[in-house]
Design a protein around this ligand. Structure first.
Ligand SMILES: C[S@@+](CC[C@H](N)C(=O)[O-])C[C@H]1O[C@@H](n2cnc3c(N)ncnc32)[C@H](O)[C@@H]1O
Length: 310
């Protein structure tokens, strides 16, 4: 199958950690922060353990599941932003400040997203995957089409799917019950997703006619119309809780696994296929399946990293 493009989901995800630039104390923790000159923080096991305990007990966030190097870089951002001299000073600050705990959590969960992020993936989904899914529903007399956006951040990804369905498939979907579920571990980002209000930075890939049809511009912000918002259901859910995975025909799991330890990625990838019907259903993940999970996936498009349950 032909697949155009010269980037990969993985490059995009890694680009969060490339480049230059210092973080200002008042920096928005959700911004895409460039970190090349920020080497991982020199942090003692004791301080790392303390930070881990605080995050686990107060936010339910398990540091052990994420890549050490990423996490230390991210903690380093907050250490510098708060002008702490050492990681130990930062621990002390963290223990006494709920606000700092929230800011650290935001930096660690990284909510950078965009409408139609990696447009070639969305093109592929629009031109090949959704038509196949609709045809399969017809063949199987299946009445439901269930789409799941995992780690949906502020909703740009599931709303992009909703816009595609509205723009191109309204007639084909008339007889189907379509659901778009969007999950994320972070309650605040889900609240922003439900509000559906976006700055210009999130809109770079939105074609002008789509902007005009589905958004109302108010000052510098774009407000998504209710007709698109109501197509998506948001739910707080932790990807490490594999028992909570919904049955889905298409799973978008992009720029999320990249932050997790390899063993956790493996666990999640092995848990994903059982939520598909066996056979021809598709999935887009930004990690190439490896070792034991490889046999569970057939590759549909290696460049866009689209796979199918075997
Ligand atoms: C970089 S954003 C990706 C957004 C979107 N998928 C995209 O590609 O544009 C990563 C999202 O994963 C979420 N996340 C991190 N750990 C998670 C977990 N354990 N379970 C569910 N979501 C998680 C973060 O809160 C964040 O919103």
């Amino acid at each position: 199958m032909h697949c155009a493009g010269n980037w990969t989901g993985i490059d995009i995800a890694f680009s969060l950690f490339n480049g230059t630039g210092l973080v200002k104390p008042d920096a928005n923790p959700n911004e895409d922060i460039n970190l090349a000159e920020d080497t991982p923080l020199d942090i003692s096991p004791e301080s790392f353990g303390t930070i881990g305990k605080v995050l686990k007990s107060l936010k339910g966030f398990n540091l052990d599941c994420y890549k050490d190097k990423c996490i230390k870089r991210r903690i380093g951002i907050r250490v510098r932003a708060t002008h702490c001299k050492t990681a130990e000073d930062y621990c002390e600050l963290l223990l006494g400040s709920e606000v700092e705990l929230e800011l650290l959590y935001k930096v660690l969960t990284i909510h950078v997203s965009q409408f139609f992020r990696n447009p070639l993936t969305f093109r592929k989904v629009k031109e090949e995957i959704i038509p196949q899914l609709i045809q399969q529903c017809k063949n199987r007399e299946q009445r439901e089409l269930r789409l799941w956006s995992v780690g949906c951040a502020s909703g740009e990804e599931p709303y992009s799917l909703a816009i595609i369905l509205k723009e191109h498939f309204q007639e084909d979907l008339q007889d189907l019950n379509v659901s778009i579920l969007a999950t994320d571990v972070d309650a605040d980002t889900l609240q922003a997703a439900r509000a559906g209000v976006y700055g210009e930075d999130r809109m770079a890939e939105v074609p002008d006619p789509v902007k005009t049809r589905y958004f109302t511009q108010v000052g510098s912000k774009y407000h998504l119309l209710p007709e698109i918002k109501e197509m998506v259901t948001f739910r707080q859910s932790d990807l490490f809780d594999t028992s909570s995975y919904p049955v889905s025909d298409l799973i978008l799991c992009r720029n999320v696994l990249i932050y997790f330890e390899r063993s956790q990625q493996q666990k999640i990838m092995q848990a994903l296929p059982p939520c598909w019907n066996k056979g021809d259903f598709s999935c887009s993940v930004s990690r190439r399946p490896f070792s034991a999970s490889r046999e569970l996936f057939n590759t549909v498009c290696p460049i866009e990293r689209i796979y199918r349950a075997v």
